[in-house]
Design a protein around this ligand. Sequence first.
Ligand code: AMP
Ligand code: ZN
Length: 672
Amino acid sequence: MEATQEIIDRIAYLQAELTKYGMAYYVKDQPLVDDATYDALYRELEELEASYPQYQTEDSPTARVGGIILPGFEKAIHEIPLYSLSDVFTKEELFAFDQRVQKTLGYEPKYVCELKIDGLSISLTYEAGRLVRAATRGDGTVGENITENIKTVQSVPLRLPQEIDLEVRGECYMPKASFLALNQKREEEGLETFANPRNAAAGSLRQLDSKITASRNLSTFLYTLADFGPLQVTTQEEALVHLGELGFRINPEHHVCHSIEEVWSFIEDFHDKRSELPYEIDGIVVKVNEFAAQNSLGFTVKAPRWATAYKFPPEEAVTTIEDIDWTIGRTGVLTPTAVMTPVKVAGTTVARASLHNGDYIELKDIRLYDQVVIYKAGDIIPEVSHVVLDARPKDSVAYVLPTHCPACDSELVHLEEEVALRCINPKCPAQLKEGLAHFVSRQAMNIDGVGPRVIAQLFDRALVNDTADLYKLTKEQLIELDKIKEKSADNILSAIEASKQNSLERLLFGLGIRHVGAKAARLLAEEFETLERFFTVKEEDILAIHSIGQTIADSVVTYFATPEVRELANEFREVGVNTAYLGKKASDLAEVDSYFQGKTVVLTGKLTHYTREEAKAKIESLGGKVTGSVSKKTDLVVAGEDAGSKQTKAQNLGVLIWNEAQMVEELDKSQE
Ligand code: AMP
Ligand code: ZN
């Protein structure tokens, strides 16, 4: 399609603005706008670029979603090799390093201490300010070209503020929170989990499909250049500042020390703070600050003489496996948990650790009464590292995996490509309980007061067999339950009653369709509007929704083809549960109850508090509509400074006119 100049300008404006917001959020950790505003502008850009693809640039923020699938990774030669670091493990070794440095230099230099981020080394090449190549370290001389994947990492600038040539180096890592969420999701899906954030980051960067990398929430800290030539810097400290100015994400926890004693206290300090950081570190890197001094120290064959890495001792403990417990999740996945003699690791007492799946037990050959070494993944989750084979009892036998479901005794299956054992009995009580817990959860039907204890009793007394039965409960039945008094029974009943008015996306999410998270549920509900429609919807209709992929589409189609689901949908209707999408109006605005709800608003004149886009996005997020011209249908005109003909027209038509301050006040009120 041919674009008007106005559209071309708008696209360029949105690209630049969203890039700026992205940098503020992902690089500086200081958002400039709220998520709703960002999302609204992002969607607008996406739509414009879809209509006018000729204006979608390679460094548009929308290019970060990935999508290019490579046949394999190309080699990437490092003309200036990536060095590794010598390491030290004790205070004595650290001080000996300082002695060697001092001997060569003839004085005690200043050192910069940096956190040793536990991720993967990466190298980013910019030409004339544009990212042209990203590579892994490999053996230091030859790595792999991972440009497409790195482009999906939000903190990596695709374009620099200056048109310079640079090769920047640093670490790509997975934050602890992303790691924990990823593993949890994988476990629920019956997939293999990652041992630690480092492996997860490596696995995510080595994906041939960059969409997968994009979904993994990787981040970066950059700390050096292959060659400082282009920059006017003489110390590592200045280099870090300069990299920050160029838009790279640098780690804020670096510190210049005036003596090796000060270095030591920095190390001790972070030894304690380490578990509180949002990412994993495995030590502290100590670098001579002055480049001139670095040059006179030079390199050994592998590593610089002017730097070393102090490695933290691993926080591990040895304990005994007393038992292995199996629990059944909502999707029928069985998860084994090691029950161990309680032991202290990294500050807390640990008595249980997930063993993830049967394959894992077999691979590590974990047996009852074995002694095992445990550690904390992501500094939080206890994990079994390995069995202490020397301590294994003589009469030990391999652990026998269950063949039948501990809850319903039906035979377990081991689906292809999955590591998990599954119970596929749709009536398995353990799965149904988990399913109900999900159904009532906050993001789903949001029914307060129905916790695991209540759910267990409802099933045990056969008061509930599926989610729709919840709506048939009576007060008499609830009062019979242990620990439920009249008042809580009333509360539960009114929460159940209120949930009948939920918009479709909550019900859809609550059904627990595999791979359909809260966000996908919303998109699906928005698109198809009624539950009924899902029984006839075709796979291609689902795939037509932007940002919904094959896995979800397959899963939705399969789910709604099941006869029991038909029955369930009928039951919902019979008990009076709403099965239609109520749109922003009902679901969002039930909570916000905004003035702007359903109003048509025109913005005119110069706004100072918000940009026009921000104001528009905010009004829209509150259920209003913002249009360009004033007519009889206009409910409100907001006139900023120097408002012209639109204001006059509004006056003539008798349309309500506000100044900017009135709008801001109303917006603030709605957002409380
Ligand atoms: P190692 O892998 O133990 O030989 O340690 C060297 C690696 O530490 C480098 O290749 C980098 O990937 C990593 N590293 C993490 N943080 C830093 C940092 N602040 N400065 C230098 N290297 C770092
Ligand atoms: Zn079962």
